[in-house]
Design a protein around this ligand. Structure first.
Ligand code: R5P
Length: 289
């Protein structure tokens, strides 16, 4: 079994699996195109290509497609695509007439580049996996995030989902913490992307509150909730997510809204990636390959 890639997370997964780790040579041509080279052939091997879609996401995707395509061509007997953070998953339907559906295009390309199976972590909507004709698995990092938070000795913890879509994530974290949970109402302007959060009376007074979501991108969603619960008397507020994209001024926005700590996983490597998903991915792969 071989794991060709260049990310730190992939190396950890290979160690956990006891698989051979095979780094990939990569560079950028002067015109911006990607070049990649494997340093081995994969004749009769089970190959796991691990590629997360950290920014620049488009570049990560073309690298993924090229690695899958070449690994198959170089003799892979079976080919597993592991994409811890799958980009384009939020555009999962036509919200406005005429829109492209990113996740539909991305899943088609992963499959047509030769993947025999697919694995990801906290995909934006689990139903999107139905777009695949191959075996497709979604893992949740919420238990791991919950375990990390439990060690932080939170006082009377309470968990909040910033929208209805994140309620299952909040529930999982709350179970580990032995805490109550709730969700807020959120609407997004389809043209500007601006988020409105409806005020809800949450039982947060004098409690340490974890606001949990799948992705923190601009930070707008969680900042809105943080401002509301700060006003309602929350003591410490922690923003927790699986995929810490944290684009532009997200961290400042969150701090200014009253967030005391941001914690994410290593599906995207950042200075808040304090929880690893290597163990859950290696465990799932052990059962699948
Ligand atoms: C969307 O529904 C997602 O679950 C996240 O809530 C969203 O992507 C967060 O984006 P931002 O941090 O830009 O508000």
């Amino acid at each position: 079994m071989s794991i060709p890639t260049f990310a730190k997370l992939a190396e950890k997964i290979a160690v956990g699996l006891g698989a051979k780790f095979s780094p990939v040579e990569s560079k950028t041509f002067p015109d911006g195109e990607a070049y990649m080279r494997f340093n081995q052939s994969f004749e009769n091997e089970q190959v796991i290509v691990i590629q997360s879609c950290y920014p620049q996401q488009d570049r990560r995707l073309i690298e993924l497609f090229m690695m899958l395509d070449a690994a198959k061509d170089l003799g892979a007997e079976s080919l597993f695509a592991v994409v811890p953070y799958l980009a384009y998953a939020r555009q999962d339907k036509r919200f406005r007439e005429g829109e492209t559906i990113g996740i539909s295009t991305v899943t088609k390309l992963i499959e047509s580049c030769g993947a025999d199976a697919f694995l990801t972590v906290d995909i934006h909507k689990e139903e999107s996996l139905k777009l695949f004709n191959i075996n497709a698995v979604n893992l949740s990092a919420m238990h791991e995030l919950g375990k990390y938070l439990k060690e932080s000795s939170l006082g009377r913890p309470y968990v909040v989902a910033p929208d209805k879509g994140a309620i299952e994530h909040a529930k999982k974290v709350a179970e580990v913490l032995g805490a109550d949970y709730t969700f807020f109402g959120k609407t997004r302007d389809l043209k500007t992307g601006e988020v409105q959060t409806s005020v809800k009376d949450a039982e947060v007074r004098d409690r340490d509150v974890v606001v949990v979501d799948d992705i923190i991108s601009t930070g707008g969603t969680i900042a809105n909730v943080a401002r509301i619960i700060k006003n309602q008397g929350a003591r410490k507020i922690i923003a927790a997510c699986t995929h810490p994209l944290l684009v532009k001024y997200a961290k400042t926005k969150l701090q200014e809204a009253g967030i005391d700590e941001i914690v994410g996983t290593d599906t995207i490597e950042s200075d808040v990636s304090r929880v690893t998903v290597a163990k859950i991915i290696a465990g799932a792969l052990r059962a699948l390959v």
